[in-house]
Write a protein that binds this ligand. Sequence first.
Ligand SMILES: Nc1ncnc2c1ncn2[C@@H]1O[C@H](COP(=O)(O)OP(=O)(O)O)[C@@H](O)[C@H]1O
Ligand SMILES: [Mg+2]
Length: 184
Amino acid sequence: MIELSLNILDITYNSIRAGAKNIDITVRADFCTDEMEISISDDGCGMSEEMVKTVSDPFTTTRTTRKVGMGIPLFKMYAEMCGGALRINSEPGVGTTIAATMKISHIDRPPMGDLGQTMTTLIGASPATEFKLNFVSDGKEYIFDTKEIKETLDGVEIENVEILSFLREMINENIENLIGGKIL
Ligand SMILES: Nc1ncnc2c1ncn2[C@@H]1O[C@H](COP(=O)(O)OP(=O)(O)O)[C@@H](O)[C@H]1O
Ligand SMILES: [Mg+2]
């Protein structure tokens, strides 16, 4: 996995599997301080304190199809490799927040990749879930919210492939306009 948007995709799939109705993804890129933060917050089933402690260990997973869960360990590895850290806050029955920090200019930091693609893949996989993307950079903010989009669609389903491809372009254009030529 060599793009952060693919890490985001993987971590957010966990939230869908945890039965979340609402998932908030925040990407904060502060070029002045060279800090970035990616957080994924959900209202899914949550994890016990013990599960949180062991979940960043690659030999922990509740899935039966695969013995080794690598999503969280990989995200943690990239964060720590890039001068940051991974934090998990979770409460059973309430939800989970997973947040990773990194130095933007760190030589090992993977590129962001196609965040529009990640968002629309998630929507296609779970159209009833409400996804919100907050993209914040140097004091400017772009918000993409499936609740708002669904209201404007007037009966057309959000998982319609033409809608998804339009949304993908829209998200990427808005991010590009926000960071204005900077590389993320
Ligand atoms: N948002 C979440 N809500 C509830 N449980 C989670 C969440 N994220 C991860 N988990 C638990 O942690 C385990 C490990 O996740 P991960 O490292 O992505 O590996 P995998 O998804 O392959 O199991 C999951 O199987 C799940 O039991
Ligand atoms: Mg996973």
